[in-house]
Design a protein around this ligand. Structure first.
Ligand code: ATP
Ligand code: MG
Length: 423
């Protein structure tokens, strides 16, 4: 027998039953973006490899071991995007969107990272990201964080906590690196191979290690937040003031450094303990140096990305998912005349009630139509056969509760459907 071809490890199909949940989340996010005046940008899934190396940083997990990189037929090195910020800035610079102006944008789509697949960690996954350009002050940091907090409220999520830190300016980090290297050298024997290698090339990355054995060394390291200059300190304090005034609870986590090199000043993560080891649902920060790094005029920038799979897992965990696809009713038609009339009736109702979710059960015996109606989880079956047509009624059978079936006169159906939708 021919062997069946299966999907690639860590890359998943989204079946019709799951897409309903995705659409609900996507719609909620779109509306949130409108509320804050952010516009969508779409950029390619593949970019030149150099773009990611230059932005994310050569000595990072993503660039060192997680990218899907290949040569195209011309021998040019291309990479499937592992994240969205690099492509967003590249597109923004290329089209002059970031020059001497402010810009509020969002994107969403597939990202690719060659990681060890496990719950909440996939090789193709989806991010929703938001980026703001041209705003130097902490008010935009606050806007983005308050926006995420609003999203959790809208979705009815309660299990997320906000962690906040400041990575200071480039000058601060340069000074801090010297201190950190000195500290790490003292503890070199406790470091793993990767961290030893990064000790001099990119010591900040050691702090981001996922190796549990390094936890105590990392916790004992000098803290960047204790080395801030006045500019970074003021920025951080002002941000905290806005969040405090808004009544947003957060925790300052001096160990939060983030896995990409481009961050500066504010960084934040929303984390939950309800999803096991993969508990970061949303993460972001300020990246004031990146636009210049890509050859354009220096432009302040701030953004975040959330993992859609993790967010959906949390929605499921907290039972916060509405069910937008279950039909209100199934129309069961028996007999030639009923089929003809029924289809037109269904059209009329859909004209009258755009929010009505009605499935017309085409074909099959009465029994098999009723079976399908039941399987659809619909609230009622609306039955139309010769008897009903003769007496000008539709028989209503409740599928989810014990209740006598009853005839409803054609004239009263509008009222009945109105109530069915409201219930
Ligand atoms: P982690 O520490 O979990 O590896 P990260 O720091 O690499 O996360 P970011 O690059 O900041 O993640 O991406 C933002 C968000 O995208 C993460 O907080 C997470 O919700 C999600 N995400 C990242 N990698 C994956 C993945 N492989 N599978 C599913 N979601 C992911
Ligand atoms: Mg990662």
């Amino acid at each position: 027998m021919t062997e069946r071809i299966q999907a690639i490890r860590g890359m998943h199909d989204l079946l019709p039953e799951a897409t309903a949940r995705w659409q609900y989340l996507e719609q909620t996010l779109r509306q949130l973006m409108q509320q804050y005046g952010y516009k969508e940008i779409r950029f390619p899934i593949v970019e030149k490899t150099e773009l990611f190396k230059r932005t994310i940083g050569e000595v990072t997990d993503i660039v060192e071991k997680e990218m899907y990189t290949f040569d195209d037929r011309n021998g040019e090195s291309l990479t499937l995007r592992p994240e969205g910020t690099a492509g967003c800035v590249r597109a923004g610079v290329e089209h002059g969107l970031l020059y001497n102006q402010t810009q509020r944008m969002w994107y969403s789509g597939s990202m690719f990272r060659y990681e060890r697949p496990q719950k909440g960690r996939y090789r193709q996954f989806h991010q929703f990201g938001v980026e703001a350009y041209g705003f130097a002050g902490p008010d935009i940091d606050a806007e983005l964080i308050l926006m995420t907090a609003r999203l959790w409220r809208t979705l009815g999520l309660t299990g997320l906590t906000l962690q906040l830190n400041s990575l200071g300016t480039a000058v601060v980090r340069q000074r801090y690196k010297v201190k950190l290297i000195a500290y790490l050298k003292q503890h070199e024997r406790s470091l793993d191979e990767e961290s030893k290698r990064r000790l001099t090339s990119n010591p900040l990355r050691v702090l981001d290690s996922k190796n549990a054995a390094l936890k105590s060394v990392i916790e004992g390291a000098p803290k960047l937040i204790d080395c801030l200059d006045e500019e970074s300190e003021t920025h951080f304090q002002q941000l905290r003031q806005i969040l405090d005034t808004a009544g947003l609870v957060y925790e300052v986590n001096p160990c939060l450094v983030r896995g990409l090199d481009y961050y500066s000043k504010t960084v934040f993560e929303w984390v939950t303990d309800k999803l096991g080891a993969q508990g970061t649902v949303c993460a972001g920060g300020r990246y004031d140096g990146l636009v210049e790094q890509l050859g354009a005029k220096a432009t302040p920038a701030m953004g975040f990305a959330m993992g859609m799979e993790r967010l959906l897992a949390l929605l499921e965990e907290e039972s916060a998912l509405p069910d937008p696809l279950t039909p209100h009713g199934c129309l069961v038609l028996v007999g030639e005349l009923a089929v003809k009339q029924g289809i037109m009736l269904a059209e009329q109702w859909r004209d009258q009630f755009p929010e009505l979710r009605l499935v017309v059960n085409c074909g099959g015996s009465f029994k098999s139509q009723m079976k399908r109606a039941d399987k659809s989880q619909a609230t009622v079956a609306l039955i139309l056969g010769d008897n009903e047509i003769n007496s000008n009624v539709v028989t209503i059978k409740y599928l989810r509760k014990k209740c006598e079936q009853k005839p409803v006169a054609m004239n009263d159906l509008t009222l009945f459907i109105e109530q069915l939708i409201k219930a």
